[in-house]
Design a binder for this molecule. Structure first.
Ligand code: URA
Length: 239
């Protein structure tokens, strides 16, 4: 589908300066479209089908970026915060210019998979309560969990505000004074996992998201690290 946009808008959205600056650069004949110098910054082109170069350097056009981060403890999942460091503070300027935002929040002390993107449609699809996108968490819990707890989560538990959760699946990895489990939920209420454990009389000591929809956290990412999603991962998320 053809999408005509002003050249100054395209370049400024991609971080090549303000529209005023782009106008100046273009006036100087530094921008070519399909090899021809274009001086009119208001000219409309389809950035997907036209070759844009500045000073002979090809501009690789893209509208959306998709990042996978292994969120560390101690940073908040928002775009700005007056007190805390945010996940956006952790990413490179070359991505910041696309104005990505976290798709779904993790608590300040929760680690693990966070998708950052500027694709509002994807955000809607992943976060809409109607879509029931699965999220799996690795959880360390104080005390022993048992098959009764698995059943309780499967039936849905009543949170302290009276809300009954949807069926959730718990797999026990280790059962000890500190138990280790995977919990998969299909909704995303505030502090949901922690509150679900409170509902069965237990306390979460450590929480890490390991998957969201069809995407798994890349195990090679250390906490605080991130990478772009691969084409096939983006397709998995979108499908
Ligand atoms: N549930 C929680 O309690 N916290 C999170 O960060 C994510 C899910």
């Amino acid at each position: 589908m053809s999408k005509l946009q002003r050249i100054d808008k395209i370049l400024s959205n991609m971080g090549y300066g303000s529209r005023k600056n782009i106008k100046k650069i273009m006036k100087k004949g530094r921008v070519t479209i399909n090899g021809d110098i274009v001086k009119d910054s208001s000219k409309k082109i389809d950035p997907y089908y036209n070759k844009i170069e500045i000073d002979g350097i090809l501009i690789e056009y893209r509208e959306y970026i998709y990042l996978m981060m292994n969120k560390p403890d101690g940073v908040v999942s928002s775009t700005d915060d007056p007190i805390n460091n945010t996940v956006i503070d952790l990413i490179d300027d070359k991505y910041k210019i696309f104005e990505p935002f976290p798709i779904g929040r993790l608590d300040k002390d929760t680690e693990g998979l966070l998708i950052l993107s500027n694709d509002g449609k994807l955000a809607h699809n992943l976060l809409s309560p109607k879509k029931h996108v699965k999220k799996t968490y690795y959880v360390e819990v104080e005390g022993r969990v048992d098959s009764g707890d698995i059943e309780k989560f499967n039936d849905g538990v009543i949170l302290e505000d009276g809300y009954k959760t949807m069926a959730a699946e718990m797999d026990i990895i280790e059962n000890d004074d500190i138990s280790k489990v995977y919990l998969t939920i299909k909704e995303g209420k505030f502090h949901q996992v922690k509150r679900m454990f409170v509902a069965i009389g237990k306390k979460v000591l450590y929480l890490k998201r390991v998957s969201m929809g069809n995407i798994e956290l890349d195990k090679s990412l250390e906490t605080g690290e991130y990478r772009e999603l691969k084409e096939e991962e983006i397709n998995l998320l979108i499908e």
